[in-house]
Design a protein around this ligand. Sequence first.
Ligand code: MSP
Length: 658
Amino acid sequence: MAKEKFYITTPIYYPSDKLHIGHSYCTVATDTMARYKRLRGYDVMFLTGTDEHGQKIERIANGQGMTPKEYTDKIVVGIKELWKTLCISYDKFIRTTDDYHIKIVQKIFKQLYDQGDIYKSSYEGWYCTPCESFFTEHQLVDGKCPDCGRDVELLKEESYFFRLSKYQDRIIQYMEENPEFLQPNTRQNEMINNFLKPGLEDLAVSRTSFKWGVPVEFDPGHIVYVWVDALSNYITALGYGTDDDSLFQKYWPADVHVVGKEIVRFHAIIWPAMLMALNLPLPKKIFGHGWLVINGGKMSKSVGNVVDPNVLVNKYGVDAIRYFLLREIAFGQDGNFSNEALIQRINSDLANDLGNLVSRTVGMIEKYFGGTLPAEHAATDFDEELKAVALSTTEKVETAMEKMFFSDALIEIWNLVRRTNKYIDETQPWILCKDESKQAELANALYHVAESIRIISVLIEPFMPNTPEKIRKQFFIENGEATSWDSTKTWGILPVTLKVQKGETLFPRIDMKKELEELEAAIKASQATSIANQQKAAQEQKAEEPETPAEITIDDFCKVQLKVGEVLESKEVEGSKKLLRNVIKIGDEERVIFSGIKDAYAPGALVGKRVVVAYNLKPRKMMGEMSYGMILCAEDGDGKLSILTTDDPTFRSGSDIS
Ligand code: MSP
């Protein structure tokens, strides 16, 4: 019988020189799910890759004196190495710079244009380059990106638009009819109430102000919006739209897209709308996991608080790190990363509970029976309870894994680990060994522990790719019948005359105090290198930028109409830290002009002063009200502002500046 398929994806990562433990979290979780499904006999396709286009990458590469492709080629090598270190068992790695991907993105764009789902217009609004996201004025928070809090840029360019609004009702209906589609459930309510119900606007899906992207084939000045390019990866990777689309036929729709919570919006709204427009089935599930945070804030390169997974893996091994990430944080919620919590988990769950269970069991079989159990076993009073716990664990793990509740699955497995340790305490082999007549009971007790360890070694396999092998070697367990998933539901698979041989310590205990100092120093050193690299890149980027803007002609300059104005009012703006709302008298006219000068001028301080106003600037909405023009200021190198004024403080308002 053909195996059932399972298609799972991670987001494709922006090529950054430092993917941190937060990025690794997402990939490790996805890998664990992929390994679990393989172990359960599914035909798994696990896709990951890199999202290499867009203005952000173009700017970074320029800053480093490279072409964007040279830059991403270099970074991708490091990303693949990191995934190897973390034992990420992806089946395919897609790069959005791959030819086959580019071709199909162009084809998708053309198809949507031909069928009227994409149309040409012009875009005016705000853009956050780090998030590669468009925002309307009222979506900004304090004039900044609502997602990352960084500066946004005002864009005004000719653009193609995707009719996102057309799909709004269908997406709402789909979500309501398929409550499993977006997980955890709270994310679905968030999408419906915050984005879908208030109404979707058509989405600008092409850019003209830079070059690094997939060119729109029929209008080469335009490149495809990076999110449309990126989301398509989930189908282009399977050969969608090509002569050989057998993988697409086999694996699509995806069983689950695993994504971080801040990009759920793109996956739960834009992606379904694109698929609806292409007449393709939607993914079965989108799981929006939470963030790894440090002291309450998101771990991020720009904050400088990132933890390098290589440092942790070098110190404690990949299995310990994978275990920690998935056990410590409930998938779907944010979770704090701390060095103490990591060491604590390694010491208690891994060294004490699991490591100790294995080493004392092997040690006792060696000590009491020279490494091989005798054939004669006799039951103890405690056997049935251990067996019952062991044989009921798998089902609980399966239930948790189907929901991607990794932490719950590990809790169930560790209940069995602890129950097995308790069984040793109950049967007291160190007492039985002293009594000749109890040798069969002793053999039976150690056999029970070994069987339980065998089951545990299978259940932890998706989470910890290396530990099961290390355990099995010590019990001479061959891969096969005794290590299949279903074998965890059967008791008594190991031979009664079980042999053992002591192996390496699975998880050495860590001296918390000493290690914390060392670990903090190692993390700080890697953060310092990362910050130094960023500063170097920023300096190089600055060096690339021309010192003075390009020259303009007098005709260009004369297009700007400057006038003298008198400040009548200068008041605070509710909800804004920087803005003042000024009323300026210019001749007979009174204008409202918002100005980001509150750091330099207290409310009211400018009243009565003459200011220079850029008079014919296109009005724009700020904080819900139109602003007509701009007050000119000088800015020193530290960002301090000082208004431009006339030498004669009584100069008539409305005068032209020439
Ligand atoms: N390129 C887009 C995804 C396009 S998918 C069609 C992108 N890339 S990213 O590199 O910025 O982020 C990749 C993933 O890493 C996201 O799911 C994001 O949530 C995750 N994480 C980045 N920092 C994280 C934490 N601190 N904690 C948990 N996950 C985090 O977004």
